[in-house]
Design a protein. Structure first.
Length: 391
């Protein structure tokens, strides 16, 4: 299919989600949007009308634009359950905000329906498409630029956890079995490694050897949070699943966080995977895609700022054990992500989108180097956590 035919196909799919059959709501443009590793995301532009401008002003929604996504059904094998979880989450948060408004703006992307009233569109080829509203006058960032922004990142995740703290996690389907249960990733890695060695597909290099030894030396990390859950120290709550910096939207006018997006992985789990992931991604200013992996650092000043913002709202439900496991949470999730990248590399790059054959190997090197830097600053991180637990 040539580019013009593909564009026509995308426009036809997007047209199913336009909110009216009126000619004034015809799709006029579809273009790639964002930098996600799993789904394919597009920005859809509609013809602009006086009514759409008024709706944007009243609802904070970009009524002349919306997000169109093709879910990766190799990853999300039950996409209808993904949509069900998103609806449960969205309805719960909107009800809570209606009954107990925050002292500042917080928005939840709306799930757009087709003209037949469904919240998805499935093609004859089996592709699964959905659409979401675009938060007006918002932007995301791939890296934190200041302490003030770091506090907003923490506030966003804290607000997400606070607004779902009374959402019974058992209401949410497990759309990704084993997701953010680190021992399972270790098991998958071991299975893939053995298979690769047996088939003679393991290509040795200094970088590969470094990663293999790194995992061998730190495999105990995989069990820390799950053992705490089994011991009753950490309990299941509603988690976001992917709370990295670029999944937080900031108002372009106020520079305040106004929303969390990428809700495919909302499910029952340990919120320490969320908090650790937020700190892991937020405090690595070099980002996950840097080639010079040995230069990666963990910024403890940003760590403090993120925790300050997070606990400004999440302190209401945080327990003593929750504080105790913050440092371990950062280590575990960093190890987990490096392990996932390495496993995918060894398996032939079947999960994460890549730009070149060694992309996932380099990504794993970045995470393992970051983990080393986190461990080198253990005393500082623990002191920060201790200070917050006393306030």
């Amino acid at each position: 299919m040539n580019p013009d035919q593909e564009l026509d196909r995308l426009i036809a799919i997007a047209q199913n989600f336009s909110q009216s059959k009126s000619q004034q709501n015809q799709v006029v443009k579809v273009q790639p949007f964002g930098s996600g590793n799993i789904n394919d995301t597009f920005l859809v532009s509609l013809q602009k009308t006086k009514e759409s401008i008024k709706q944007e002003i009243e609802e904070g929604i970009e009524s002349q634009s919306f997000i169109l996504q093709r879910l990766n059904t190799k990853v999300f094998r039950e996409p209808k359950l993904v949509m069900r979880n998103m609806r449960i989450y969205s309805d719960h948060v909107r009800d809570r905000l209606a009954n107990n408004p925050l002292d500042r703006q917080w928005l939840v992307p709306q799930i757009l329906t087709t003209q037949q009233g469904q919240d998805y569109w499935q093609t004859e080829e089996g592709e699964f498409w959905r659409s979401l509203s675009l938060i007006a006058h918002s932007q995301s960032f791939d890296a934190i630029a200041s302490k003030a922004q770091a506090r907003e990142v923490g506030y966003a995740l804290g607000t997400f956890h606070t607004l779902t703290s009374d959402l019974a996690p058992e209401r949410l389907a497990d759309t990704l079995e084993g997701f953010h249960i680190t021992p399972r990733y270790l098991q998958q890695y071991e299975e893939v490694l053995i298979k690769s060695m047996e088939q003679g597909n393991l290509q040795r290099s200094p970088e590969v050897n470094y990663c293999l030894k790194f995992v061998s030396d730190r495999q105990y990390l995989a069990h820390i949070l799950e053992d705490a859950k089994a011991a009753g120290k950490l309990r299941l709550r509603t988690m976001h699943g992917d709370p990295k910096v670029n999944n937080i939207l900031f108002d372009q006018r106020t520079n305040l966080a106004v929303s969390m997006i990428d809700l495919d992985t909302v499910k029952s789990g340990l919120i320490h995977y969320d908090l650790g992931d937020c700190l892991r991604s937020g405090c690595n200013l070099a980002g996950e895609e840097i080639q010079e992996w040995e230069s990666v650092e963990f910024d403890t000043e940003l760590c403090e700022a993120i925790l300050q913002g997070y606990l400004s709202t999440a302190r209401s439900f945080f327990t003593e054990y929750d504080y105790d496991y913050i440092y371990d949470a950062i280590r575990v999730i960093t190890f987990e992500l490096g392990l996932r990248f390495l496993t995918d590399y060894l398996a032939g790059n079947i999960y994460f989108h890549i730009k070149y054959p060694e992309h996932n190997l380099v990504r794993s090197l970045v995470q393992f180097r970051l983990l080393e830097r986190i461990e080198s600053k253990k005393s500082v991180i623990n002191q920060i956590t201790k200070n917050f637990s006393r306030t």
